[in-house]
Design a protein around this ligand. Structure first.
Ligand code: AVJ
Length: 339
């Protein structure tokens, strides 16, 4: 394993940036294999939603969080701000925090500040985007009594490492915010949470942010905003294939599509081919044909109900201790304790 990278000490505070890099080289090999497999699927071509978040995609998602149509991120932040003190008062100390998919880290500030008022707090953001990890340090590095070590890893790999590092006396608080859980279909989401639970000890906690059911027009607007930022976020997946795998997608002949799947209660994002066309992806040793109107499925965002979340806790080895719901934009923050 490579040594962690330590940035020059820019601050007088006792905080420092450490990013633990992945030890497997050539991540684009996995990207090429997944692109090839996904675009070979029949009848529905697909690309995995985790690939939306390269540096460009992560930056576009930060903008999506500012759009009037997309209330999700603001609801998440509001709930965390309003209930951070109560949340922290419910946790046995001392606490170590691991966050799965921190993004910029902005919304985590309230929880970390509340915890740091009580104790020195080790904070381990786990992220596949290196830029996002650097942003976390800029965003949160000024909090007193925090120490931040970023892990450039897949969620479960990162969590395993964090769990192995904490001391026997330390409780682990896992943050899984922003409704990333919604990107799994419900059975896969339950499976993922069981794997999270398997890394925890009884008494550890999980704070889960999940977007809730709401009227369909509101949901569709949130995933097809008038400015076209979500469209750019989605189409960036093809642009990324062009950049990293030397593909020749012509983005003018593809279009963003958001639709509601009532059967699964989820918003689906697709990319539609506007004509019959063939695309070469040399670095994946592959080329692929599209019929006019055919789509690539790129993401599903399942919308939960509060009862469904309660059942999910039970199904995955947790007990629900508290749940806070935003009134303006139905969204739930659920605090679960590992049984
Ligand atoms: C980051 C997964 C919560 O599902 O709403 C935003 C991603 N996709 N707009 C979501 C997303 C399109 C977002 N999550």
């Amino acid at each position: 394993m490579r040594e962690p990278i330590v940035s020059p000490a820019r601050r007088s505070r006792a905080t420092h940036l450490m990013v633990t890099q992945p030890f497997k080289a050539a991540p684009s090999y996995a990207f090429a294999a997944d692109v090839r497999a996904g675009l070979s699927k029949y009848p529905q071509k697909e690309l995995l939603s985790k690939y939306l978040y390269d540096d460009v995609g992560s930056a576009l998602f930060e903008v999506i969080g500012l759009l009037p149509e997309y209330g999700l991120t603001r609801a998440d932040e509001r709930l965390l701000r309003c209930h951070a003190a109560e949340l922290v008062s419910r946790l046995p100390g001392p606490v170590v925090v691991a966050e799965l998919g921190s993004g910029s880290g902005k919304k985590t500030r309230a929880i970390l500040e509340a915890l740091c008022r009580r104790q020195n707090t080790p904070y381990f953001p786990i992220e596949i985007s290196r830029k996002a990890l650097a942003m976390v340090q800029r965003e949160l590095g000024d909090i007193d009594s925090i120490s931040i070590v970023g892990f450039e890893r897949e969620y479960l790999d990162g969590l395993r490492e964090v769990a192995a590092r904490r001391k026997p006396s330390q409780h682990l608080l896992v943050l899984f915010l922003g409704s990333t859980i919604g990107n799994f279909d419900p059975p896969a989401g339950a499976q993922f949470l069981r794997k999270v639970r398997a890394e925890l000890r009884p008494g550890d906690s999980l704070l889960l942010g999940a977007d809730l059911e709401k009227p369909i027009p509101q949901l569709l607007a949130a995933y097809d905003d008038s400015l076209g930022v979500t469209a750019a976020f989605n189409l960036n997946l093809l642009a990324r294939i062009n950049r990293e795998l030397d593909g020749d997608f012509d983005l003018r002949h593809f279009r963003h599509l958001a639709m509601f799947n009532a059967e699964t209660c989820s918003v689906e994002m697709h990319i539609r081919s506007m004509r019959d066309q063939r695309v070469a992806i040399p670095a994946a040793n592959f080329s692929v044909s599209f019929a006019e109107g055919e789509t690539i499925w790129t993401e599903s965002c399942h919308k939960y109900s509060p009862q469904e979340l309660l059942a999910l806790a039970r199904d995955t080895g947790f007990r629900q201790k508290a749940q806070w719901i935003d009134r303006e934009w139905p969204f739930a923050e659920s605090l679960w304790i590992a049984d």
